[in-house]
Design a protein around this ligand. Structure first.
Ligand code: GDP
Length: 302
């Protein structure tokens, strides 16, 4: 089982819970739960989830169902796991049987979109998948160059738009057509990420989705939203907007290696009902891990 070494900063934030529970006794329940609440908030579980978890623990303690610090800790881990698995099922990529499967990667600039696309290509390629990359961020001049570097690094082929005025939707549809004709298994589509408040980005993403749909006769198999894990709960409004406009099938949370706010994983899954499919825990090729709820819970509450 994967150990999420990437969550060490969040784990440090939550280590206080262990100390608290070691010395827990019934008379100190309120104080202990107050401090536990504080620790969860500091790690960006968010007020809604934190209160839900703490109140369930309080009820079970007062009802005599939890009789020791270690039972409380197990109950805490179980409620976090339940929150993650009740809404965030299907954490594995759903690529279907039709070839090529199409994965669109969306998200705002700087979140780790291109890096995640490269790491995902590397991971799929290792499994024997024939990948075609598509440089759909035609807005930022350097974006295609950056993706070409990843294509070279991972040994994947790539479709890049011609000229500065290439339309994102035509680059992607060209790539999917080629993918179909030449027997690629997966077409990995990069997209633009200029500020999400700019309405035309959302229009462009809709146009991209439609253009792909015309060729594969349906929606892309996956539309993965890349979110910067260091922004913690601040990622929520942005995630909601992308989901409302394009319909997100899964999340990639990046930079969790540098974030003490890993609790946001639970909040974002609970709020949006979208599964986390991968987490980014570093800048290297191998630093994209499939999300495993149980391993995550064990890593943050070790
Ligand atoms: P984009 O603008 O969304 O395509 O973002 P990039 O892929 O260019 O990434 C922005 C920066 O974040 C780069 O310096 C990446 O190396 C870095 N980055 C991306 N993912 C991770 C991650 O999981 N961990 C760390 N530490 N850095 C990351």
């Amino acid at each position: 089982e994967k150990i999420f070494s990437g969550f060490s900063k969040t784990r440090d934030n939550l280590a206080v819970i262990d100390e608290l529970l070691t010395y827990w006794n019934l008379a100190e329940t309120d104080r202990v739960l107050d401090e536990l609440e504080e620790a969860l908030l500091v790690s960006d579980f968010g007020p809604k989830i934190t209160i839900k978890i703490v109140e369930i623990l309080r009820e079970d303690i007062l009802a005599g169902k939890l009789k020791s610090g270690s039972e409380i800790k197990d109950a805490l881990k179980k409620s976090v796991l339940d929150l993650l698995t009740s809404k965030g099922n299907k954490t594995e990529l759903q690529l279907g049987f039709r070839k090529p499967a199409v994965i669109m990667i969306v998200g705002v600039n700087g979140g780790g979109k291109t890096t995640s696309l490269g790491k995902l290509a590397h991971r799929l390629k290792k499994e024997g998948t024939k990948i075609l990359m598509a440089a759909g961020d035609t807005f930022r001049a350097a974006a295609s160059d950056q993706l070409e570097v990843w294509a070279e690094r991972t040994g994947c082929e790539i479709v890049v738009g011609e000229g500065e005025k290439a339309k994102a939707s035509s680059v992607l549809s060209q790539a999917v057509k080629r993918g179909k004709k030449q027997g690629f298994d997966v077409v990995l589509c990069d997209t633009s990420g200029r500020l999400h408040t700019n309405y035309s980005l959302m229009e462009e993403l809709i146009a991209c989705k439609k253009a792909i749909g015309k060729i594969i006769f349906g929606a892309p198999n996956e539309i993965l939203l890349v979110l910067d894990g260091t922004t913690g709960l601040n990622m929520l409004p942005q995630a909601r907007e992308f989901n409302d406009v394009v319909g997100i099938t899964g999340l990639i949370l990046t930079k969790l290696d540098g974030s003490a706010r890993g609790g946001c994983v639970v909040s974002v899954v609970d709020e949006l009902g979208i599964p986390v499919k991968f987490v980014g825990v570093g800048e290297g090729l191998e630093d994209l891990q499939p999300f495993d709820a149980e391993a995550f819970v064990n890593a943050i509450f070790s």
